[in-house]
Design a protein around this ligand. Structure first.
Ligand SMILES: [Zn+2]
Length: 254
């Protein structure tokens, strides 16, 4: 007896050609785990749901268990996030969200709240002006780190717990040991100096809802400094190198 077909919501993170007209879709499943699916004939122009199984799309799928990978037999949009595919700036700025998920989500390892957070982030990234998308992306990357157990502590010293009040315009950060370090404890840690404006902006993006972030005035420079911070944070704590962030920095799109 084979396993029965099932219904699940997914966000498509990456597409890989399997053979001729078939695709493998790396997806985030609605329980926050990773699910790789086969879409047969997805590259044929006549395929009725191929267009829905595209990057950034949130889809409700009917899936048939397969020998190795499960197979999508039907898909419909829950939210297409159309702007994220059609606008080059919006797309480039939101791509680190997908890449970070593709590199951290694990099969059969549910992460509570991750799917909802991803959908909320993509809803906002698709709805706001392109200049605001990088802030949504930074917020997502920092919140993702928190959900995975690597929440940066940016208010208090990781050693003594005292509020970190720098007399200077920078804050000492230990990327490997969890966040900010006060002057008195600095000798125990390997730290780097990060501009206080960057730390303050990263703190705000980590703590605020996507709704609030979408309404806040955006400083593109501070956002990209915070993006660099988030990239280094994920690299140090989750071993993830985000090529799409490297691209954003070199692209000249912002
Ligand atoms: Zn301290």
């Amino acid at each position: 007896m084979g396993k029965p077909t099932y219904t699940c919501d997914v966000v498509v993170l990456r597409k890989k050609r399997l053979k001729e007209s078939d695709l493998i879709l790396d997806c985030l499943k609605d329980d926050g785990s990773r699910l790789d699916l086969v879409a047969r004939g997805a590259l044929k122009p006549t395929n009725p749901f191929a267009a829905r199984l595209d990057l950034f799309g949130a889809c409700r799928c009917i899936v048939a268990p397969g020998r190795s990978l499960d197979v999508v037999t039907e898909a419909r949009f829950v939210n297409a996030h159309e702007n994220l595919r059609t606008d080059i700036r919006q797309s480039a700025a939101a791509l680190p969200i997908l890449e970070a998920l593709d590199k951290t989500a694990q099969p059969d390892l549910p992460v509570p709240r991750l799917f909802e957070m991803t959908c909320t982030a993509l809803d906002h990234a698709a709805a706001v002006d392109a200049e605001r998308v990088p802030a949504v992306t930074v917020a997502f990357l920092l919140k993702l780190a928190a959900l995975l157990g690597f929440r940066p502590r940016l208010d208090e010293c990781i050693e003594c717990g005292r509020p970190v009040k720098s007399e200077q315009d920078w804050t000492r950060i230990s990327f490997l040991d969890g966040g900010a370090v006060c002057d008195s404890c600095a000798m125990h840690y390997e730290t780097v100096r990060i501009q206080e404006t960057t730390v303050a902006w990263a703190r705000f993006l980590l703590m605020s809802t996507f709704n609030d972030i979408a309404r806040t005035s955006i400083d593109v420079r501070a956002t990209f400094d915070a993006l660099d911070f988030a990239r280094r944070w994920l690299a140090a704590n989750a071993g993830v190198r985000l090529k799409s962030v490297d691209f954003l920095f070199s692209s000249g799109l912002f």
